[in-house]
Design a protein around this ligand. Structure first.
Ligand SMILES: [Zn+2]
Length: 225
C-alpha cells in the first residue's frame, strides 16, 4: 500500500513544503515589493526557473519519498518504534529520521507515546503509523481533486472563451461582452480572440480519468488488505 501512487503523492507534500519555503525566500529576495505566490508550481512559474532546476526539484522529491520517507514508514509498519531503532534498521541518519517523523506527525499519519525511563529519567518516544488517518486523508484529497476537476470541465463545456493574443487575460463570453471590456484586453487594449477550448476539455477529461483510476485502484488495495 505504501508504494501506491496516491500515497506517494501525499508523502511528496512533505518534501514539497521544504522546496516551497526555499523558493519563497528566493522570490522575496528578488521581488521584495511583490506579494509572494503560494504553491510550488506558481513559484516555479513566477521565478521562471530553468528546466534543470525544475528537474532537480522533481528528482529530489521523488528520491526523498522513495529512499527516506517510505522506508521509515515501512519500519513503523513492521513494528519498529523508536527513532534510534528506525535509524539503525534503515541506515538513515538519526536527525533525518526525527525530522521526518515529526513531519509525518504534522500530517497526522504518525503518532507517538512518550514514556520516562525510571532509571535514567530519559524520555522514550514510541512511534506508530496511523494507517486509517492516511486512508482518510487520501480519500478526502481525491474527492476534492475530482470535484474541482469536474467543476472545471463543466465550466469549459458550458462557456465560450475569449483571450488576449498576448496572453494577458482569458474571459468567458459574459465577461468579455461586458460594456466595461467590450472584447478588449484591459492590459494592452488588443482585441480579444475567440479560443477553441476543445484541447483544454480533452486534457481535463484525461486528467479526470487518471484521477479516477488512481482512486479506484487505491480503494481496491485497501479493501483487499
Ligand atoms: Zn493583452
Amino acid at each position: 500500500m505504501i508504494d501506491d501512487i496516491l500515497v506517494k503523492k501525499l508523502l511528496s507534500q512533505i518534501v514539497e513544503k521544504d522546496h516551497e519555503e526555499n523558493l519563497k525566500k528566493n522570490f522575496r529576495e528578488r521581488y521584495p515589493d511583490e506579494s509572494t505566490p503560494d504553491g510550488i508550481d506558481n513559484l516555479i512559474r513566477a521565478l521562471e526557473l530553468p528546466p534543470e532546476d525544475v528537474q532537480y526539484i522533481a528528482n529530489d522529491i521523488r528520491e526523498t519519498v522513495e529512499k527516506t520517507i517510505s522506508p521509515i514508514i515501512k519500519s513503523l509498519i513492521d513494528g519498529v518504534e523508536t527513532d534510534e531503532e528506525i535509524a539503525e534498521k534503515t541506515g538513515i541518519k538519526l536527525n533525518i529520521v526525527r525530522k521526518i517523523l515529526y513531519k509525518l506527525y504534522d500530517l497526522k499519519i504518525a503518532n507517538y507515546k512518550r514514556s520516562k525511563d525510571p532509571e535514567t529519567q530519559w524520555f522514550t518516544y514510541s512511534w506508530k503509523f496511523e494507517e486509517s488517518e492516511l486512508i482518510n486523508r487520501i480519500k478526502s484529497d481525491s474527492e476534492t481533486e475530482l470535484s474541482e476537476l469536474n467543476a472545471k470541465l463543466e465550466n469549459e463545456e458550458h462557456n465560450m472563451f475569449f483571450v488576449c493574443p498576448y496572453g494577458h487575460v482569458r474571459f468567458n463570453f459574459d465577461t468579455a461582452a461586458d460594456p466595461y471590456y467590450e472584447f478588449l484586453c484591459p492590459a494592452c487594449g488588443e482585441e480579444l480572440e475567440f479560443q477553441d477550448n476543445a484541447e483544454i476539455i480533452e486534457k481535463l477529461k484525461n486528467n479526470i480519468e487518471i484521477a479516477e483510476d488512481n482512486y479506484n485502484s487505491f480503494i481496491e488495495k485497501i479493501d483487499n488488505s
